[in-house]
Design a protein around this ligand. Structure first.
Ligand SMILES: NC(=O)c1ccc[n+]([C@@H]2O[C@H](COP(=O)([O-])OP(=O)(O)OC[C@H]3O[C@@H](n4cnc5c(N)ncnc54)[C@H](O)[C@@H]3O)[C@@H](O)[C@H]2O)c1
Length: 259
């Protein structure tokens, strides 16, 4: 297990699924954690259970981001890790809705999944630059295999996750070119049994059974399996990994469709 003792992390979307598993994992690995979420009751309960701090946050509220980062620095003295995990689906294909509903759904999912992630990177880098001992840190952004093989039933979600992959590489290379030891990598989960998949199942009945079959392992991931990859990229175990991507998809993207 990576040793994260002495490190301070922010995990967004901590109330559920991969975010909750990541808070548990980073705490188990020794990090101090500030978890954030829109869902105050579940987010606070999870953080209380594992000895993390909690703050309510809508990641798409860009003005709030410096205050969230400030809370972590005020509480723990530094910021080493940001996991941009909060995300949502929009549930509409390109021609499924009228203009008003389509653009409302598009704007919403882009503001949370993409702009929220970008705003988090910006605020975290500003704090990591001032870390005692010098600019150092690790950002892990969460994309999706829909960024590789998109859902026809959700153009906004798929496009936002595709953009997150490129965003991470741009952030990683900017930090490197500016001489900052701040790494930025992307974890690309496949189908993972969490709330977001349950929500997608409501919009697309049969989705869970269908996506389980896309992995040669013939099952969904447990969120703890995704959290393990996040903890590795967040740790000092991989100093030459930046601008990189880690698939946690049970080889779903590794096999020709139909086999
Ligand atoms: N579950 C999967 O199959 C799967 C696959 C690929 C990628 N992902 C990605 O993993 C990440 C975590 O998703 P999950 O599967 O754990 O889903 P989840 O629904 O269980 O958890 C998402 C959390 O994000 C929070 N959230 C949503 N919008 C927010 C906002 N604007 N501000 C703050 N918090 C907000 C929710 O309240 C929830 O607690 C997402 O980015 C998702 O796109 C999930």
């Amino acid at each position: 297990m990576p040793d994260l003792s002495g490190k301070v992390a922010i995990v967004t979307g901590c109330a559920s699924g991969i975010g909750a598993a990541t808070v548990r994992r980073l705490r188990a690995d020794g990090a101090e954690v500030l978890g954030t979420d829109l869902d105050v009751a579940r987010g606070q309960a999870l953080c209380d259970e594992v000895g993390a701090r909690f703050a309510v946050q809508d990641v798409s509220d860009r003005a709030l981001w410096p205050h969230i980062v400030g809370q972590a620095v005020e509480a723990f003295g530094r910021l080493d890790i940001l996991v941009n995990n909060a995300g949502m689906v929009s549930g509409a294909g390109i021609g499924d809705l009228d203009d008003e509903a389509m653009f409302a759904a598009w704007d919403k999912v882009l503001s949370v999944n993409l702009t929220g992630t970008m705003a988090g990177c910006r605020a975290a880098i500003a704090a990591m630059r001032t870390n005692p001992g010098g600019a150092k840190g690790a950002i892990v952004n969460i994309a999706s295999t829909t960024a590789i093989a998109p859902l026809p039933t959700d153009v906004g979600y798929s496009a936002s996750k595709g953009a997150v992959r490129v965003l991470s590489k741009s952030v990683a290379t900017w930090c490197a070119q500016h001489g900052l030891a701040i790494r930025c990598n992307t974890v690309i989960p496949g189908a993972t049994m969490t709330g977001i998949l349950a929500a997608a199942e409501v919009q697309t009945p049969g989705l869970i059974a269908a996506v389980a079959k896309t992995s040669p392992l013939n099952r969904l991931a447990d969120p703890s399996e995704t959290a393990a990859a996040i903890a590795f990229l967040a740790s000092d175990e991989c100093p030459f990994m930046t601008g990189a991507e880690m698939l946690v998809d049970g080889a779903a993207m590794a096999i020709h469709p139909g086999f």
